[in-house]
Design a protein around this ligand. Structure first.
Ligand SMILES: [Zn+2]
Length: 96
C-alpha cells in the first residue's frame, strides 16, 4: 500500500444513488474520470467500477474492464473518505 495515496485523491461530483433494494452507489470523479462505488448497504462497500466510456483510467490505463483494479485496492479507505463528503454524510445518516 502506498501511504497517503487516498488522501491525495480529489473527489469531485460526489453523489449517492439508491436503488429499491437497499443497495446504493456513490458516483464520483477523479481528474474528470467517472467512477462508481457500489455498496450492499451501509458500510458494506464491495466494488469500484469505471463509469467513463470509453474506460480510461489514469490508474489502470486504457482498458475494457468495468472493475477498477487499482482503486479497489483502496476500497475501504476510499469509502471512508467519500462517507465524509457533505453530499453523502447526510444521506447515510438518514439511511436505515
Ligand atoms: Zn481503473
Amino acid at each position: 500500500m502506498i501511504p497517503g495515496f487516498v488522501d491525495e485523491l480529489e473527489f469531485e461530483n460526489v453523489r449517492l444513488e439508491e436503488d429499491d433494494e437497499g443497495f446504493f452507489c456513490i458516483h464520483f470523479k477523479i481528474n474528470g474520470m467517472e467512477y462508481e462505488l457500489f455498496c450492499e448497504g451501509k458500510d458494506l462497500p464491495y466494488e469500484i467500477c469505471h463509469s467513463s466510456i470509453p474506460h480510461e483510467c489514469e490508474f489502470c490505463g486504457p482498458n475494457d474492464d468495468d472493475t477498477c483494479e487499482c482503486l479497489n485496492v483502496f476500497l475501504d479507505e476510499i469509502y471512508v473518505k467519500l462517507k465524509e463528503h457533505p453530499n453523502i454524510r447526510m444521506k447515510l445518516l438518514f439511511m436505515k
